[in-house]
Write a protein that binds this ligand. Structure first.
Ligand SMILES: [Zn+2]
Length: 751
């Protein structure tokens, strides 16, 4: 016969029927309703017939710690109050407690042995004392006392070493810094001891049960069972000093500023020895950008220049930065040049196509006003060229060029274009563009097993983007591939006055008509040149060429001498050619050329434009010779046989002007762009190393040689990264007992 011990005869407990020599309840839904009170006749009859029985967890707050190892018993008996205990048929132990607010059953595990016990709660049951195990042994009461009530914190404390392996790993995040010991920070005399652990009241926020905290001095770590948090000495100091809450010590608030504050206090107040690791490298500084001084834009061009008139028109209507209209004007001139202005310099000729990008915050900078105006003027003038779609594949792009090899890429959302260029099907679009930038006479590509041939390519670009897109979508590859260095960027950020909206006036319209007529005349000229298969050859006066060469030399010298040298050098290489293009376009848009064009034609009727194509070759020479006072003759420009070339002569004035814009605006902005892209790259590199460190950490940290090998970067760059990670509080660096450098990645704040 089986009798239920008095200490288990609680009206709130529930009992289940189990067959003789078995462990499994057989009634349906025994977890919820298929169970009985201790005095239920059905239960008593079942026991009378020699049946086994079990107790269901959760009813009456019953909780049973079921364990198979002596070590667990030892720890429970040392830490938890003495309670009702049963020796099981297999030799394990059942500790019976009551516990409010327990959440879910817990499994006790060990790395080698696997499962070594359970905390049984709702939905689980244990075989009761007096029952017979299938091996014939009886479940016997070992401690016959009343059941004690305990808290969830106490339970977790008691079974902490056997919580899941994951948990175990977290608990073992050890601060390897031996210069700071938890036993010096925590008063152990107020705690109880079990083996090499101390447990009891949380010294900082206390405990209801008197048991929610343990310290392991040999591992130099602690754990709080109220908050399921823990850490080493630094985390402890951070909580003690109010830098983070106890609860945060697991989500890792201890990084960045908090980390620095804590280390500072640890050194000053708690005697932590500063771990000084010798790095040759300097941490990667992020304050270079502060040195950038923005130029307050000035229009240096003459009053009656195309660019001046264009900007006047733009600025009369909008408070957008003047640079944006400058870029718009440059694009219009560059388009009108139409691959018919050739800069004849060794080793190769250049055409005057300009790629311009306006960078600015979305609403305040009004960069789109400038693109819209450019689009309006060119379309009205009859030269609104088709625009390649943002998402065209390199093949489709080439196919489009086959229809018209002279295209203006107006990209209101250049950032979107960059983002799409990263997509797989667009692979190669940026390197293709870099190739086409050179205005090849001839470009061939296989397309759908068919060769697509494009001749006399001439691409101009005017785009706008927000700064965030620059840092998000641009990569260092855009610089190395030479794609970005080919682009003139303006990224003004200075404050500017707001302009109120107003109605259009006659003056506005006159300005616009003037611009449209002007651009038509320029186009008429270059089209006439094309008909005759002729070019406007750009020749620099001796004086201008000397100035230019000196300018390049000075810049190259400056680049070598400054830190940013190696990265900026390819940028300068491309941009210095753009300076020549700008100088040529400054000539092309001058009042002199306009007046000469006026003399040649009455533009009242558009069809009269064609008259330009009938200018005699002699006239050509006279025409352009008069634009400058130099004495270059047709002999100075040899090798063209009988043909008499048209010359566009760039003198000191135009060149000085172009170089000033590069000195004050384009090159500083290019540096700014380079810096933005690079610092983005650096952030990615830091993230990468941080992630590798987290992934390959053992017991929370990773050895120097191990991380260096896995990071697979140059030792100097590695040192810079590691130092920066330390300074920003993402790495704790220390020396272990064997004098090896150890990195402890500190946890990221969860977003
Ligand atoms: Zn806590």
């Amino acid at each position: 016969m089986n009798k239920i011990p008095t200490n288990l005869q609680n009206m709130d407990f529930r009992f289940v029927l189990i067959n003789k020599n078995s462990k499994r309840p057989f009634e349906e839904n025994w977890q919820e309703t298929g169970n009985h009170k201790f005095n239920d006749k059905k239960l008593l009859d079942h026991l009378e017939n020699g049946g086994n029985y079990g107790l269901v967890g959760g009813f009456g707050n019953l909780i049973i710690i079921d364990c198979d190892k002596k070590a667990i018993e030892e720890r429970i008996e040392a830490i938890l109050p003495k309670t009702f205990k049963v020796r099981t048929g297999r030799g394990g132990a059942h500790y019976y407690y009551t516990c409010k607010d327990f959440k879910a059953p817990i499994r006790l595990t060990e790395t080698v042995a696997g499962d070594v016990g359970d905390v049984q709660w709702k939905g689980k049951q244990v075989v009761g004392p007096g029952s017979i195990h299938e091996n014939g042994n009886e479940y016997k009461v070992e401690t016959n006392t009343e059941l004690k009530e305990i808290t969830p914190e106490q339970i977790k404390l008691a079974i902490a070493p056997w919580l899941s392996a994951e948990k175990e790993k977290e608990d073992e995040i050890i601060q390897q810094d031996n210069s700071l010991q938890l036993i010096e920070l925590i008063d152990l005399t107020k705690l109880k001891r079990h083996k090499d652990e101390y447990y009891g009241n949380h010294p900082l926020h206390g405990s209801d049960s008197g048991m929610n905290f343990w310290v392991n001095p040999s591992k130099n770590c602690w754990h709080c069972f109220r908050h399921d948090s823990g850490g080493g000495p630094l985390a402890w100091i951070a909580i003690k000093e109010g830098i983070i809450d106890c609860a945060q010590s697991i989500t890792g608030a201890l990084r960045g500023e908090n980390y620095k504050k804590t280390v500072d206090l640890a050194i000053k107040k708690y005697g932590m020895k500063e771990v000084i690791i010798k790095f040759d490298a300097q941490p990667i500084k992020k304050d270079n950008i502060a040195k950038f001084e923005e130029w307050e834009f000035e229009n240096l061009l003459p009053e009656n220049h195309f660019i001046t008139k264009y900007m006047e028109k733009g600025q009369s209507l909008s408070d957008a930065y003047p640079e944006y209209f400058f870029m718009g004007a440059l694009n219009a001139l560059s388009m009108a040049a139409n691959r018919r202005i050739r800069i004849e310099l060794s080793p190769k000729a250049h055409y005057t196509n300009i790629w311009a990008i306006c960078v600015g915050k979305s609403t305040v900078s009004r960069k789109s006003t400038s693109i819209d105006m450019n689009r309006d003027i060119l379309t009205t003038a009859g030269y609104g060229r088709s625009i390649p779609a943002d998402d065209s594949t390199p093949e489709a792009f080439i196919d489009g060029l086959k229809q018209n090899a002279r295209q203006n890429m107006l990209k209101d959302e250049f950032g979107l274009f960059l983002a799409k260029a990263r997509l797989k099907y667009q692979t190669g679009i940026d390197s293709l563009l870099s190739t086409l930038y050179g205005c090849p006479d001839y470009y061939e590509r296989d397309l759908r097993k068919e060769k697509i041939k494009v001749e006399n390519v001439y691409l101009t670009l005017l785009g706008a983007m927000v700064p965030e897109q620059l840092s998000r979508h641009a990569s260092i590859d855009d610089i190395l591939s030479g794609f970005f260095p080919r682009i003139l960027f303006v990224c003004p950020e200075r404050s500017k006055k707001r302009k109120n909206l107003r109605h259009l006036t006659e003056v506005d319209e006159d300005l616009e008509v003037n611009l449209i007529v002007w651009i038509r005349k320029l186009f008429a000229l270059t089209e006439a040149l094309e008909e005759q298969d002729e070019y406007l050859h750009v020749i620099f006066t001796e004086e201008a060429l000397n100035i230019y060469n000196k300018w390049c030399e000075d810049w190259e010298q400056r680049i070598v001498e400054t830190e940013e040298g190696s990265e900026f050098s390819p940028f300068f290489g491309r941009q210095s050619i753009c300076a020549l293009k700008l100088a040529a376009l400054v000539c092309f848009g001058s009042e002199k050329i306009k007046k000469l064009l006026d003399e040649f034609s009455n533009f009242s009727n558009v069809s009269n434009l064609s008259r330009l194509s009938k200018i005699s070759k002699d006239n050509y020479y006279e025409f352009f010779e008069r634009t400058n006072s130099t004495n270059i003759t047709n002999k100075s420009f040899g090798g063209r046989g009988e043909r008499f070339p048209a010359l566009l002569i760039v003198g000191k004035g135009e060149l000085d002007l172009a170089l000033t814009y590069f000195d004050k605006m384009f090159l500083p902005y290019a540096k700014k762009v380079l810096y933005e892209v690079e610092s983005q790259q650096t952030d990615k590199e830091l993230d990468r190393i941080y992630r590798i460190a987290v992934k390959h950490s053992k017991r929370g940290c990773i050895e120097h040689s191990d991380l260096l090998r896995k990071a697979n970067i140059k030792s100097k760059e590695f040192s810079e990264c590691v130092k920066t990670l330390q300074e920003s509080g993402r790495f704790h660096i220390s020396i272990d007992g064997n004098n090896k450098t150890i990195y402890t990645p500190l946890k990221e704040i969860e977003n």
